[in-house]
Design a protein around this ligand. Structure first.
Ligand code: ATP
Ligand code: ZN
Ligand code: MG
Ligand code: MG
Length: 444
């Protein structure tokens, strides 16, 4: 990719989240992740190129030096901060505008700084043989959210030990018009059906759990798309029966990708968690769930990192205040305590060497605040599973009979969460919990 000869015609809209918009190259296995800002947020639109570049470089450093050692080398792909010609970025922004979903258009793409994050396109397999088969790889993106219930003694509302944050947050969003219906997704229940509340891509987006669509009809349609991947071409199986077989095959592949370990010899099981009582899933489905995760599988790595938040926001908030007080008294220590980065190896050390008990020190408070922020990133990341049929050299092989698959598992969206957002998180937490208690419990 020659940065001085960029042509918007080589790029197409790929997707977006709340913070960034992603375009993919039509020939090379690369994507560009551009920042977005809200039209009211004048401050961000006036970021200089240097500031924007620094911001993106921070994301790269954080992902490489902090999240990678915590989540495992093999799941994380290095990105690179790049400066693009402004003319290219403006043309690109015009080009992608019509493809953007309306619900995301409250924010606009940054066309001022010319800075972006360049990443490998994780919907493609690096040495893929699927091209020969004219069948694009199948990608499943899962946003696992928080996978445990807090056990901190600082938690004041008992409901937080029974119902997970995701389920409570949904009630809150529903009441505030952000969502149209409750999702059946809850990873704490760890059932395969709930995993289908995800989006699946095969070259183009072929399935995305929609707000108001009929879930079962959706699944039938999905099965039609998946048929060539999972049923031998001569199969006589038809209609409903084949849908069931195909979806079962898909779920098996997803589950083995999520649970496969780096080292198959290590088969210790780590402690699981209790289930969330608010999940809408049927009890029969829950009865058979396995509450253990194989060590070092992607879910275990993410969960372990999320659990660095072991005080809960209620226990963390007083420590945040201790840090704030300390910074008022000794403002010059802000940089040595690495409050706003840089995200170097020594930032990771502050996380790993944090004392387990509160000794009243500023080091303990800063260590816990850093741990909390890292846990927040792990609660907000996505897992991308890319599956191709056939499969010889690359990847791990599953299911030696019938269709054969290779797959890769990656973790993406590993931005640092700002130190300044902690008071907001604290207020949001009590709003969500109070709303849940008011709206679901009788006589309240
Ligand atoms: P969120 O709102 O979840 O915080 P975000 O704004 O931080 O999202 P990302 O999640 O990083 O943005 O990217 C948005 C979407 O773009 C992802 O959900 C994913 O579908 C796609 N995407 C991001 N990075 C890549 C990549 N390297 N390869 C392929 N697709 C990607
Ligand atoms: Zn739940
Ligand atoms: Mg995301
Ligand atoms: Mg994000």
């Amino acid at each position: 990719m020659e940065l001085d000869k960029m042509d918007e015609n080589d790029w197409k809209y790929h997707g977006e989240g709340n913070k960034s918009l992603v375009v993919s190259n039509v020939q090379h296995a690369r994507v560009l992740r551009l920042l977005k800002y809200s039209t009211e947020d004048a401050e961000n639109s006036h970021k200089t190129t240097e500031q924007a570049f620094r911001h993106i470089q921070n994301i790269v450093d954080y992902s490489q030096n902090v999240m990678k050692p915590l989540l495992g080398e093999k799941f994380i792909h290095n990105g690179e901060a790049v400066k693009l010609p402004l003319d290219f970025v403006r043309q690109l922004s015009l080009k992608v505008q019509q493809e953007r979903p309306e619900s995301r258009c409250d924010k606009v793409m940054d066309t001022f700084s010319g800075c972006a994050l360049c990443l490998p396109n994780l919907t493609q397999l690096s040495s893929c043989c699927c091209c020969r088969e004219h069948r694009p790889p199948l990608c499943i993106e899962i946003k696992p959210k928080c996978g445990f219930l807090p056990s901190s003694r600082h938690v004041t509302k008992e409901i937080k030990n029974q119902v997970c944050r995701f389920c409570m947050h949904q009630h809150f969003k529903l009441a505030h018009g952000k969502w149209k219906r409750l999702s059946r997704y809850c990873l704490i229940t760890q059932t395969a059906v709930s995993l289908l509340s995800v989006s699946i891509q095969g070259g183009e987006c072929i399935y995305s759990c929609k707000d108001d669509a009929d879930v079962l009809q959706d699944l039938d349609e999905l099965a039609q798309h998946l048929r060539p991947y999972f049923l031998p071409s001569g199969s006589l199986m038809n209609g409903h029966q084949s849908s069931k077989v195909v979806l079962n095959e898909l779920i098996q592949v997803i589950v083995s990708a999520l649970l496969s370990s780096w080292d198959p010899r290590k088969t210790h099981l780590s402690e699981g968690r209790v289930r969330c009582e608010a999940s809408l899933l049927h009890r029969d489905l829950l009865r058979n769930t396995n509450h253990c995760l194989p060590k070092d599988c992607v879910l275990d790595k993410i969960l372990g990192t999320q659990m660095l938040d072991n005080l809960d926001i209620e226990g963390l908030n007083p420590l945040f205040k201790r840090v704030e007080q300390h910074l008022q008294d000794f403002p010059k220590e802000r940089s040595s305590l690495q409050i706003d980065g840089p995200y170097t190896h020594s930032f990771l050390e502050k996380i790993q060497k944090c004392p387990t008990e509160d000794d009243g020190s500023i080091e303990y408070a800063v260590g816990k605040v850093h741990q909390y922020r890292v846990a927040m990133t792990a609660k907000d990341c996505s897992i991308m599973i890319t599956i191709a049929t056939c499969g010889e050299e690359d990847g791990l092989e599953i299911q030696p009979s019938k269709p054969r698959f290779t797959y890769s598992v990656s973790i993406l969206d590993l931005d640092p969460k700002p130190y300044e957002s902690i008071p907001h998180q604290s207020r949001l937490d009590s709003k969500i919990v109070n709303h849940y208690l008011r709206s679901t419990l009788p006589n309240n």
